[in-house]
Ligand binder design. Sequence first.
Ligand SMILES: Cc1cc2nc3c(=O)[nH]c(=O)nc-3n(C[C@H](O)[C@H](O)[C@H](O)COP(=O)(O)OP(=O)(O)OC[C@H]3O[C@@H](n4cnc5c(N)ncnc54)[C@H](O)[C@@H]3O)c2cc1C
Length: 459
Amino acid sequence: METEIWFARARPSKSLQCNEFDQEDRWPSQSSNKKLEKLMKQIAVIGAGITGVTTAYALLQRGFDVTVFDRNRYVAMETSFANGGQLSASNAEVWTQWGTILKGIKWMFEPSAPLLVNPKPSWHKYSWMAEFMGNIPNYETNTTETVRLALSAREHLRRYAKNEGFEFDCEDRGILHVYQDSKELKHAKRVNELLRKGGLQRYEVSPQEAYDIEPAIKCDLVGGFYTKSDFSGDIHQYSTHLSQACERLGTKFHFNADVISLKQIGIRTRVEWDSEGEKNYDTFEGIVVCAGVASRHFAAQLGDRVNVYPVKGYSITVNLDDKKSQDAAPWVSLLDDKAKIVASRLGKDRYRIAGTAEFNGMNRDIRDDRIKPLVKWCEKLFPNVSTEHAVPWAGLRPMMPNMMPKVAAGKRHGIFYNTGHGHLGWTLSAATSEIVAELVLTASRSNSGVMKNHMNEIS
Ligand SMILES: Cc1cc2nc3c(=O)[nH]c(=O)nc-3n(C[C@H](O)[C@H](O)[C@H](O)COP(=O)(O)OP(=O)(O)OC[C@H]3O[C@@H](n4cnc5c(N)ncnc54)[C@H](O)[C@@H]3O)c2cc1C
């Protein structure tokens, strides 16, 4: 059971529980922070998506001196830009099951299918898929573990926003899974047992109850599942506000900084980056790699294997320009399991619809035949919403073959990873950032100032 070992390794020896840090007064005291002055202090975070920004914040709260690098001009311009918006413990079911494989084969030549694999040979793609299949036996364990992480993440995510006083178009109205197909509903009942095991309260609703929860739905349903405690919000807005808070608190951001190499020199790590044609470098006592789909490349430079594959997804942001559309669009965040679509209202005048999974390497093209099913879904369920102004987008989910984020120390000292969050980075990153920041803190305190891996080597 590789996953279990992995999680055991990801936790510090004192058995960190995510909710140990859910109170402001539990942060390490000023005096313990002072000790950091003598120990490892300067940490570089590679990547300013949701995981990089939450990691920077969690490190700051523990007294570290944090520098963030990103190749874009602003934070959250890649996968954390226009996702489905769901903070969804109820979507914690991992995809490592035979059903996913069978669907992938069935839909191979159907361009508009929810799951699409480019059959063109690629060693990375097929070896990743083999590893994905090898993780099918871990389906139950990884689903319940993901629920637990998601439940813990909520508290941290809300606390960060509350402490720093910002809004992010958060809609606290729960998430409703809708079913138009009884086979999918039957599967959902089985999944519900696992979600419950992980501690989530999600209950089944009749079609009428589903319409009562979200009166805007205008299609025939066979049933639904409702999770009152789930919520939704704008990941890009959140990342931007949190990065501004980090900056206020002393974090240095290097934007337009395309990191070329990470190289260990003695007990420090050298970051070399290209800034508009100019080469720069600096050294740090610790590095946290939060580079989304680029994390595999950086891990290889540092002697680690972090097998992230880019799984493309698409979204449309429907601009609700007129009152009729605003009234006809739902407020409760929805998840259609069969169509593999998630949808969230972002304030009065935006409706985000996202989904589909495409295995096509680092390709970021926005394909019309993949966008159309999202538009059609909106028109079918909400016929009075105008889709005249729908902004398409594509992003690459950084996906591990076991569907679990990689939160661990690397083989070499001072190297850490918080990456590979796949389809749930918005949901999970506040919890994994707390875990990785705690790993860095524990490591920085060990062995009289020499940064040493507290954890065993990365698997
Ligand atoms: C269509 C779609 C819908 C989704 N819906 C949801 C949802 O509803 N709920 C949910 O929880 N999750 C959802 N997700 C998943 C979630 O969006 C991702 O897991 C998350 O955004 C990943 O964040 P990240 O910080 O790891 O990666 P990113 O946001 O991609 O950040 C990585 C950063 O690293 C930087 N970087 C990379 N290489 C370099 C380099 N060489 N030098 C400098 N910087 C570099 C990039 O510029 C980037 O900013 C969805 C994903 C997609 C695609």
